[in-house]
Design a binder for this molecule. Sequence first.
Ligand SMILES: Nc1nc2c(ncn2[C@@H]2O[C@H](COP(=O)(O)OP(=O)(O)OP(=O)(O)O)[C@@H](O)[C@H]2O)c(=O)[nH]1
Ligand SMILES: [Mg+2]
Length: 195
Amino acid sequence: MEVEFITSSPDLKGRPDLILPEFAFIGRSNCGKSSLINHFLNRTKMAHTSRKPGKTRLLNYFMVDRKFYLVDLPGYGFAKVSKKTRAAWMTLFRKYLMVGDRPMALFQLLDARHQPTSEDLEVSGWIRESGHPFALAVTKMDKVGTNARSQRYQDIIEALGVPRDTPFFPTSAVQKTGREEMLGWVEALLAANAE
Ligand SMILES: Nc1nc2c(ncn2[C@@H]2O[C@H](COP(=O)(O)OP(=O)(O)OP(=O)(O)O)[C@@H](O)[C@H]2O)c(=O)[nH]1
Ligand SMILES: [Mg+2]
């Protein structure tokens, strides 16, 4: 996989001029988004990971195999930011989702250890409202025992109220699982788009 960092933009205006299909990664702060992106891109340090929540605050564009962009969106729901900053992030997501025809599809990330939060539900609602194809990528699955896994799936689908056939990818950046499945979904959408 050939990956090139393109740009980091604080707003929609700074996005790349070259139009390619966009696959956006969105998730609550500290859900493991940067780790999953690094795993997905098969790189160790493409997306900045840190133990300090709320680090990613920009639209980060990575070009993959000159075929599509992976867009790393800022994490939402970090408790220690001001209400104003939080509202600004939410506004940016909404604009990204609703303005123009980008993105091609989204991965909403959910931390396997927790029930979806009210912000997860809100974001899920907006994604559905936008009409873009989306998938759920559940992070940190290594923290969930094998027996509890199907229950986690049920709980998340029910909490979000998404259709049962929503693409659902259990992943672990630690155990390096889920990548091929996510890539398969991306490739299928790209192929359908090229027809
Ligand atoms: N066990 C386990 N821990 C993980 C996994 N992915 C991430 N983590 C841990 O979760 C914490 C947050 O990971 P990040 O990838 O930085 O999360 P993020 O969502 O990008 O966080 P912010 O950008 O700070 O909002 C780190 O301590 C990671 O080591 C995983 O698959 N398994
Ligand atoms: Mg991050």
